[in-house]
Design a protein around this ligand. Structure first.
Ligand SMILES: C[S@@+](CC[C@H](N)C(=O)[O-])C[C@H]1O[C@@H](n2cnc3c(N)ncnc32)[C@H](O)[C@@H]1O
Length: 288
């Protein structure tokens, strides 16, 4: 089967039934490619997301989509499939206590330690989704750094989903997202008015602090570290214990001694890690 063209006539009603075999095939593929485990109660949602790809490609059914994915011509479709099945839910200053900890406990100490020596501070936001999380990190960091130029400060923001990274880099968000924010953090995001009605853009000053890159957490990572802080929030929930444990080991290798790891609110270590000490709500410190 050759690659279907999105421009071809689109069927009005695609058949979205998904057989056990097809579901098994998709689940295995998504697990192999992204480490994401599609749990049974998420099957209906997955079917809906596959239906969107079926429509875009002008196919007639999810069954046809699965047949297409089994052909060599589908290599370019795999990232699209991963984009379709990832859950990107996020918000600015989500799980506020992490940003407060970073702003009050971590950054002032790091800045004092590294300034003068023109030292580096590196933060990795490893499942950055549409950008709200790395921009919240940039906002509190700018607040602590002020205009000083004696520290080499950078945030690396990565995600597996290429579509969501484009949105993150564009940095344009609906104004409602900002209106809902607590008054003390809202000014830190330094918004620029955007041409679109009801939208605002994060200031260039904060945008410049972040490098956005595609990175699949279950593949090889090109960075050598060390990072002073790693955020990995609300993505472990999609992985199994073995995948989480192996990613954690790699985080520990890249974290500077005394560095911090922030996990999501409902996430914990699969088992106690000899080099990580729990020091607050889902906040871990790397031991020397
Ligand atoms: C629910 S969002 C969490 C966003 C943000 N960290 C937060 O807590 O608000 C999960 C993110 O993990 C990303 N993701 C899923 N599997 C991944 C993988 N194997 N490697 C890197 N990112 C992945 C998804 O694309 C999605 O943007």
């Amino acid at each position: 089967m050759s690659r279907p063209s999105a421009a071809l006539a689109q069927p009005q009603f695609a058949d979205v039934t998904l057989t056990r075999d097809d579901m098994g095939f998709i689940s295995k593929l998504v697990y192999e490619q992204a480490g994401i485990v599609i749990r049974e109660h998420k099957e209906a949602m997955t079917r809906g997301r596959l239906a969107r790809r079926v429509k875009v490609l002008g196919l007639n059914s999810v069954a046809e989509y699965c047949a297409f994915l089994k052909t060599p011509a589908a290599a370019d479709e795999i990232p699209e499939l991963i984009n379709a099945v990832t859950t990107n839910h996020t918000s600015f200053f989500r799980e506020r206590h992490h940003f407060d900890h970073l702003r009050k406990e971590v950054l002032p100490r790091l800045v004092q330690e590294r300034s003068g020596r023109r030292g580096r501070i590196r933060i990795w936001c490893s499942a950055a989704s549409s950008g709200e999380e790395p921009y919240s990190i940039a906002a509190v960091s700018r607040d602590v750094l002020g205009s000083r130029s004696d520290v080499d400060f950078k945030i690396l923001a990565t995600d597996i989903d290429t579509d969501i990274l484009v949105k993150a880099e564009t940095a344009v968000y609906s104004s409602d997202q900002f209106d809902r924010l607590p008054a003390d953090v809202k000014p830190l995001l330094k918004l620029e008015p955007h041409a679109g009605r009801g939208e605002a853009r994060i200031s260039e000053d904060l945008r410049r602090m972040i490098a956005f890159k595609r990175l699949n957490l279950i593949e090889k990572w090109p960075m050598t570290g060390p990072f002073d802080v790693i955020f990995c929030r609300n993505v472990f929930i999609y992985f199994d214990t073995q995948t989480k444990a192996s990613i954690l080991d790699r985080f520990v290798t890249l974290l500077a001694p005394g560095g911090f790891l922030y996990l999501g609110h409902s996430e914990s270590l699969p088992q106690p890690h000899p080099q990580l000490r729990l020091i607050g709500r889902t906040i871990y410190e790397r031991l020397p």
